[in-house]
Design a protein around this ligand. Structure first.
Ligand code: SF4
Ligand code: SF4
Length: 357
């Protein structure tokens, strides 16, 4: 008898079409336009005249089961049973009947959710969530987001900004942290501290040496044990050696800081993609409310709101007024640390196994 293989129970992403609102499925790829009747709501109009409204509410991304059920119950009771999550962790309800929009918004707001995040608002801050699942976080990025969005709630609910604002955070300095109009990223300021008793047992030394982008790590014998040493003059405090070698601890309550970067834009819809630039460094990594980082973000948003022209994203605004005026307008201090005068790349990056210039 032929052996029957057990089919996989769960494999990869399920087909999204089965979960789409029927009007969206029917008109897939066949939309004429959309408009914005009110903050948090989009009306999508298909070429054949079909219409569907999407209502967007912010969530904290890391959702407990109770909140998820609550959100789904609202969708069943006041919507038409269809939801999706946006890439910035907002939940969106789809309804084909305009009369359902206001009761749906009221139900969401009555239960403590906020509706908004569309058009020229500050939408939900996207964040990495390494504090829960990763091995190298230096801060709780989701906590930073919660503290910050509590203070930016009116900017989420209203269309106050010249154009949309995307803010991102990350919980370490090197990996999946984002680039956005404003990015709050971890900044290590001291080289790793090495626990030489553990290195030989825990770390694969050649791969740690190869991991360093500036070739600052060398094998060494310390107290008769094989270990590693760091040339602190070369080290750029990136933290890349910490994931493959946890005894090279770089997170530090005092010396791990936050830095704020401005003007990153992935899109090339109207202008070329742009890299973000550092505008504030050495900000205390100060849980549970991170007031210093929030104050800097609010300073930047205030200046952008007052000074930018309609439709200018933050990078367009800075491009027009120039960086010196950006610092004047925001009131952020311009320091020697903003000047990119690092000349080691050609020599030291060539020394690593990975990067060749
Ligand atoms: S940003 Fe860094 S710490 Fe956070 S999840 Fe990504 S790799 Fe992990
Ligand atoms: S990997 Fe980064 S933190 Fe580690 S020694 Fe090299 S430059 Fe310094």
């Amino acid at each position: 008898m032929a052996l029957q293989q057990r089919p996989p129970i769960e494999s990869c992403c399920p087909d999204g079409f089965q979960y789409m609102h029927p009007i969206m499925r029917k008109n897939y790829g066949n939309w004429a336009y959309h408009d914005d009747p009110r903050p948090g709501v989009l009306r999508h109009v298909a070429n054949d005249g079909d219409q569907v409204w999407t209502v967007r509410a912010g969530t904290q991304r890391i959702l407990d089961l109770y909140t998820l059920r609550q959100l789904c119950d609202i969708g069943d009771q006041y919507g038409e049973g269809y939801v999706r999550f946006t890439i910035r962790s907002n939940i969106e309800y789809m309804v084909a009947d305009e009369a359902k929009v206001v009761p749906l918004i009221n139900a969401l707001e009555d239960q403590g959710f906020i509706v908004g995040g569309t058009k020229n608002s500050v939408t939900m801050i996207s964040h990495t969530q390494g504090w829960l699942h990763c091995d190298i976080p230096g801060t709780d990025a989701s906590g930073v987001v919660k503290a910050m969005m509590d203070e930016l709630i009116d900017e989420f609910r209203n269309w106050n900004m010249p154009n949309r604002v995307h803010i991102t955070t990350s919980c370490c300095q090197i990996n999946c942290g984002g680039q956005g109009d404003i990015a709050i990223n971890v900044q290590h300021t001291k080289p790793p501290k090495i626990n030489h008793d553990l290195v030989a047992n825990v770390c694969e030394r050649p791969s740690v040496v190869a991991r360093c982008p500036v070739a600052a790590i060398r094998p060494a014998m310390v107290n008769g044990k094989p270990s590693l040493e760091v040339d602190e003059k070369k080290c750029i405090c990136c933290g890349a050696c910490y994931p493959p070698c946890p005894p090279m601890q770089i997170n530090d309550a005092e010396h791990t800081k936050l830095a704020i970067w401005v003007g990153g834009n992935h899109s090339n819809a109207r202008s070329k993609p742009t890299f973000q630039k550092l505008v504030a460094a050495g900000i205390p990594n100060n849980p549970p409310r991170w007031p210093e980082a929030t104050a800097v973000v609010k300073q930047i948003l205030r200046a952008y709101k007052e000074d930018a022209r309609d439709w200018e994203r933050i990078n367009d605004w800075v491009e027009r007024i120039g960086w010196p005026r950006f610092f004047e307008r925001t009131g952020l201090p311009f320091t020697k640390y903003h000047i990119d005068n690092w000349r080691g790349a050609r020599k030291s990056l060539n020394a690593s196994t990975h990067i060749r210039l």
